[in-house]
Design a protein around this ligand. Structure first.
Ligand code: SAH
Ligand code: SF4
Ligand code: F3S
Length: 468
């Protein structure tokens, strides 16, 4: 997943920490966009403690790993990174210089005590629901306590975090993530998220609108609403009426200066009529939808507890396409779920052929201890998973390239995000989240311009400014 769009980087001295010695934190973010957002908010929280962020680990007084537990490999990475940090800590101790190690995110939540036991060099373990307490945890650690704070906090962390636009010196961005919902109640049998992120919680409407307004006032033009299951978001409006994500999008679309809206990640079961209407009515809601299906076989979908059939997913896509014909689809797939036969796998390929994806992520099933999938019979041998993944990825890549090629010669809107590699070149995002290089001397970052696509590379598109 792209993680470079909204990293909030604190590189100044915040006023309220003028008296504290300046310290530097290096944050390494693993996993999904939610972790990217959380890393930004943690750096805001640390700024009030006198920390500025650095992208040079050698220079850091605190290294914070914001971790992901979704697949075995993701979790393993944390322990190998900690092994290396332990060595750095020894060197720093010999120099008499402070070096603290913190572990945050989903591995912290799932294996907090285990981390503390296996890796004595770790000073602080902090969960995704408690990271507003990071400054206090560090203070406690500095006087010798080893802190594991992964209880679900009773208080709302968002009420205790500093305004994300107020961290002095942060690198401003024209795109931002905004978490509106956390946790998941779906319990797909392969997935750790309901255990690491807890049950579904929606942030209140006013809190979201207020954060969105602050971000827009700070120069943000495109907002991506985040949630592990974002289309399960629900709230109440000023009249006390129950509302869902569709209504939230209509409300946010009223913010002057905001040009684009996106949201991710959605579950097919929660795509309600109002949300589909929002795709029909709101031009600023980008015509791009990440709607994971995971598999194309009804037998496997059932075993995964996805609670819908393949044909229902395809019918849903048809309704969404009828509402917004230029919408492009993205998805997630798992191959080699326990019991998956060649025939089941073929059903996944068939579904991909039927839907036609502009972009997708695909993974080999990874057994996660504690999830129901781990106890299922008939685990698929690794070599079959490898072979199926290669076949699926070949098809998905072909579709992605076809989609990119289909844009050549077309004029599209581009939100300019950052300078390109060559002078005069800028990089922007297409409505379909593709990265586009354009020579645009007279335009500025934050502008939305009309460009004509001239070529499609493997990872990005090329364009020229369209006249008129
Ligand atoms: N909330 C999102 C996705 C969360 S995790 C949703 O419901 O779709 C992101 C993706 O990781 C999932 O969509 C799934 O494709 C993949 N994933 C989750 N658990 C996995 C596992 N045990 N093995 C392999 N891939 C997994
Ligand atoms: Fe995991 Fe399923 Fe929830 Fe997505 S919907 S986070 S895959 S349990
Ligand atoms: Fe990973 Fe946690 Fe996100 S497990 S995918 S970082 S919600």
């Amino acid at each position: 997943m792209t993680q470079d769009t909204a990293l909030i980087d604190a590189t100044g001295t915040p006023e309220d920490a003028a008296a504290a010695p300046e310290r530097k934190v290096f944050i390494k973010t693993y996993g999904c966009q939610m972790n990217v957002y959380d890393s930004g908010r943690m750096s805001d929280a640390l700024a009030s403690e006198g920390y500025v962020t650095t992208d040079d680990m050698e220079d850091a007084d605190l290294v914070l790993l914001n971790t992901c537990h979704i697949r075995e490999k993701a979790a393993e990475k944390v322990y190998s990174a900690l092994g290396r940090l332990r060595e750095t800590k020894k060197v720093r101790a010999a120099e008499g210089r402070e070096f603290m190690i913190g572990v945050a995110g989903c591995v912290a939540q799932a294996e907090g005590d285990e981390i503390a036991r296996r890796e004595p060099a770790v000073d602080v373990v902090i969960g995704p629901q408690t990271y507003h307490r990071l400054p206090q945890a560090l203070r406690r650690a500095r006087i010798g306590e080893r802190v594991v704070d992964t209880e679900y906090a009773l208080e709302d962390k968002f009420e205790h975090l500093p305004d994300p636009t107020k961290t002095k010196g942060r690198v401003r961005s024209v795109t931002a993530f905004l978490t509106v919902q956390e946790g998941c109640d779906k319990f797909c049998t392969f997935c750790v998220v309901p255990y690491t992120r807890g049950s579904e919680v929606s942030r209140p409407l006013l809190q979201i609108v207020s954060e969105a307004e602050k971000l827009v006032a700070d120069g943000v033009r495109e907002l991506t609403l985040l949630g592990q299951n974002v289309n399960a978001w629900h709230g109440v409006d000023a009249a006390g009426r129950a509302i869902g994500l569709g209504d939230l999008l209509y409300r946010l679309a009223e913010i002057p200066g905001l040009a684009r809206l996106r949201y991710t990640t959605s579950h097919p079961r929660d795509m309600d009529d109002r949300l589909i209407e929002a795709h029909r009515d709101l031009r600023m809601l980008m015509p791009y939808l990440h709607l994971p299906v995971q598999a194309g076989s009804d037998r496997i979908l059932k075993a995964m507890n996805r609670r819908h059939k393949a044909a229902e997913y395809v019918a849903l896509i048809e309704r969404i396409r009828a509402a917004r014909p230029d919408i492009a689809l993205s998805g997630d797939f798992i191959v080699g779920f326990p019991g998956e036969t060649d025939e089941d796998f073929r059903a996944t390929l068939d579904l991909v052929e039927t839907v036609g994806y502009a972009q997708a992520y695909s993974f080999k099933y990874s057994t996660r201890p504690g999830t129901p999938g781990a106890d299922l019979p008939d685990h698929v041998p690794e070599e079959i998973k490898v072979e199926r993944l290669a076949r699926l990825q070949e098809l998905l890549l072909k579709q992605q390239q076809e989609f990119s090629q289909s844009l050549i010669g077309r004029t599209i809107d581009l939100l300019l995000e950052k300078p390109g590699r060559l002078p005069g070149q800028l990089i922007g995002r297409s409505p379909w989240l593709q990265s586009v290089n354009v020579d645009a001397n007279s335009s500025q970052i934050g502008d939305i311009i009309n460009v004509r696509i001239t070529a499609a590379g493997p990872n990005s598109l090329f364009a020229e400014v369209a006249e008129g």
